[in-house]
Write a protein that binds this ligand. Sequence first.
Ligand code: BTN
Length: 256
Amino acid sequence: ELARPGRRVGRELVCLDTVDSTNNEVKRRAVDQIPDGLAVVAGAQTGGRGRRGRSFVSPEGKGLYLSVLLRPEGTLETVSALTAWSAVAVCDAVEQLCGVRPGIKWPNDVILDGRKLCGILTELELEAETAALRYVVVGIGINLSQEAADFGPEVAPVAISLAQALGRAPRRAEMASALLDALDRLYADFPGAWQHWLERYRSDCLTVGRQVRLLRASGEEEAFAEAVDDDFALVVRRPDGTREHICSGEVSVRGL
Ligand code: BTN
């Protein structure tokens, strides 16, 4: 275990060789006395989890698998901002270490060369009686040195690692440290500097200004992504001119 004095995010940093999922490990440790900022990093995950119940393949030593325990002030609505802003923090860390700035596919996939470099899974724990927010776990997976074979045939066409994109990848510890610093800056601002981070999110977001395909249980639909509103909903315009504000989780967006 390492300590990072003067920091909130990652003030306590637990490094494990292998774990089922760093999100699970944070939840196991998140008893009430543990202050926010606890971070867990693992060399490999045997049950890495993605959004929408998907698994997140996490081969040994190839990626950064990191989760942070946060106890933000504010309501449940602020949590989608925390996730979106975390994607901006990932962009900051990659830019700082690699000199290229990725973009964000709404709501929070980090994209390089049109493919997914990083995914974020945020999970909430609510108070049983009051339904107040107990804590948030922000789990971040960044592809560092995977090759196509590591992703497998289904994921390889849509995923990318820093090594694939740039011919080199920072070491895991370097990336962890840059990312924790970026998350610490974000969290120090949260939720106060809302407008600043919303603008940063909007400028990184690649989805706006593009044609997207919306996938829902009821079927598939084409629309034009016009904007991200102040609640992080994607504003889309249908071919018939009607508009809709889509919340993350409601639909899956194909295309950037
Ligand atoms: C997604 O793209 O669907 C989200 C992927 C999130 C993966 C990270 S890796 C660290 C943390 N632990 C997990 O089990 N998942 C997240």
